[in-house]
Design a protein around this ligand. Sequence first.
Ligand code: FES
Length: 177
Amino acid sequence: MSEGSQTIVDGKPHPSGDQRFRVLEATMKRHQYQPNSLIEVLHKAQELFGYLERDILLHIAHSLKLPPSQVYGVATFYHFFSLTPSGRHTCVVCMGTACFVKGAASLLSTVEQIAHIQAGETTQDGGLSLSTARCLGACGSAPAVVLDGQVVGYQTSENLGQQVTQMMDHPQSKVAT
Ligand code: FES
């Protein structure tokens, strides 16, 4: 069973309906909401959301019963955590099992070719950041990606390529998915 399908069963729903919170919740549950799992939980959150925005840090602080100042302090101390998106647009390609078997590697290489960057990098003009995740909690609509914070399923290289091209052509506007 893939990580995603397991966590959807185990995870609690989040009021936003964003599946990624279920995966995050399952990660915290697996660590029994132990405060000393903070760094691992922050890693998972960054993988899922691309960066750690304030609301996510507060959610984690509440769940792990830690003062928000401590969570914020840890997130800002380590260079591998980012509190703001590095590119004006973001693309996260899920490489989890369900997405991988449905062609995620080809999606990733399509974006890499169009943007001339590798996963984990941002284009020189700061227009697009590309990263990967292990599961977004949207296995039922694999292969899935996150474009500017929105989970989009059933991707093909062709439509993802079009959307990424559109993002790069319109650096200031959010892409319509
Ligand atoms: S493997 Fe679960 S969303 Fe991709």
